[in-house]
Design a protein around this ligand. Structure first.
Ligand code: SAM
Ligand code: SF4
Length: 373
């Protein structure tokens, strides 16, 4: 369908207050002020063009910053979007809402059986600029060794792989599983399949993997991977996050500077969350490193993301408390444009910032694994 101007949504909003709890309805006073544009614009002028699709809330790791040891109660299977529903929603996002990039995530997206066919269907779509969407995957890479080539053949372009330690014991302690070798094999297979640049995501936790920054960067440089540190955010097991325990971007850069010389990347950052540095060793540039300072240097003002959860809810922010349900619309026979209007309304009310540092900050009800990181 053509990317053409549509009238703004004038209806009420659906807000989910807790996973599995009844949803409250609340009128949003601002929705009537939304300009008449098909794009996913919000009240602060940001336009979302980057869609994060969570394909499952299940995972085969139990990273301490993300999941409790016992896991979380999974979304009931009849509430999960089917492959066809996921593909329809991505099509609407591209055809009606101006989405340019699609990233699949979770939970662990490799646990979704239909991943290859969802990627293949997405890669056949066109964005408003007439090109195929940019498709990427965030994964822990367990089992990627056997699927990287198939995913590349299906149209996947790049991967971000979570590897929080290069020391086997530290990886085991952080993820509560002894699977470092599988993650490394997955990264190597991704690189061999051309899913490049392979980016490695690392979250440092005090007393667990806080000595891993330098060895991980050495490892990534040696293997041609781009390492990005993400500040630990309050999105894991409730009560486990303390601001005072946070290993900040500043701490990480100070640690890396003991072994490397870092100079800021001159390329403008745009909406990318990572601040990037060129890494020099013995006076020679040897690679790049990024730091995503979500807590201490938030980048909400440049955020261009919209998120679809595995059970069909739109979240306009990782930290937001409101969700807008699309599953009931799809299953109730809504047209593509009706679904697009609901999606636009969900994004219009996005808040200016995540407010982690505000006194009244409340951690979202869903953990990161159920939102889609
Ligand atoms: N399972 C996949 C993985 O680990 O890459 C995809 C989902 S995971 C939720 C996506 C990203 O979120 C990972 O890079 C992970 O490190 C990050 N993440 C999870 N919980 C986090 C937290 N509390 N703070 C910062 N990053 C977090
Ligand atoms: Fe699983 Fe990814 Fe969360 Fe780790 S960060 S528990 S791999 S969803």
């Amino acid at each position: 369908m053509e990317f053409s101007a549509r009238s703004a949504y004038r209806g009420g909003m659906t807000t989910s207050v807790a996973l599995g709890m009844p949803r409250l309805r609340e009128a949003d006073p601002d929705v009537s002020a939304r300009p008449d544009t098909p794009a996913l614009i919000d009240r602060f002028g940001r336009v979302a063009e980057d869609l994060r699709v969570s394909l499952t809330d299940k995972c085969n790791l139990r990273c301490q910053y993300c999941m409790p040891e016992e896991g979380i109660t999974p979304i009931a299977s009849d509430r999960l979007l089917t492959d066809e529903e996921v593909i329809r929603l991505i099509t609407i996002a591209l055809d009606h809402l101006g989405i340019e990039e699609v990233r699949f995530t979770g939970g662990e997206p490799l646990l979704r059986k239909g991943l290859e066919s969802i990627v293949a269907a997405t890669s056949q779509m066109r964005t408003k600029s007439g090109v195929n969407p940019d498709i990427s995957l965030t994964t822990n890479a367990l089992g990627l060794k056997h699927r990287a080539q198939r995913l590349a053949d299906a149209g996947l372009k790049r991967v971000n792989i979570s590897i929080d330690a290069i020391d086997r014991e530290a990886y085991h302690q952080l993820t509560r599983r002894d699977r470092l070798d599988d993650a490394l094999a997955g990264a190597a297979a991704a690189q061999a399949a051309g899913l490049t640049p392979v980016k490695v995501n690392t979250v440092l936790m005090p007393g667990i993997n806080d000595d891993q920054a330098v060895p991980l960067l050495k490892f990534c440089i040696d293997h041609g991977y781009e390492l990005r540190f993400i500040e630990y955010m309050p999105l894991g097991p409730r009560g486990s996050w303390k601001r005072s325990d946070l290993i900040t971007a500043e701490d990480i850069l100070a640690d890396l500077s003991t072994a490397f010389t870092l100079t800021p990347e001159v390329e403008p950052r745009g909406s990318a969350p990572a601040e990037r540095w060129i890494v020099h060793e013995n006076g020679e540039p040897v690679g790049r490193v990024g730091v995503i300072a979500s807590v201490t240097r938030p980048f909400c003002g440049a955020c261009d993301r919209t998120r679809l959860t595995a059970d069909g809810k739109i979240r306009n922010c990782l930290f937001g408390s409101s969700e807008v349900d699309l599953t009931s619309l799809i299953r109730g026979g809504a047209t593509d444009e009706e679904i697009a209007e609901r999606w636009r309304a969900a994004m219009w009310i996005k808040k200016a910032g995540h407010g982690i540092d505000d006194e009244g900050f409340l951690q979202p009800d869903r953990p990161m694994s159920a939102i889609g990181g």
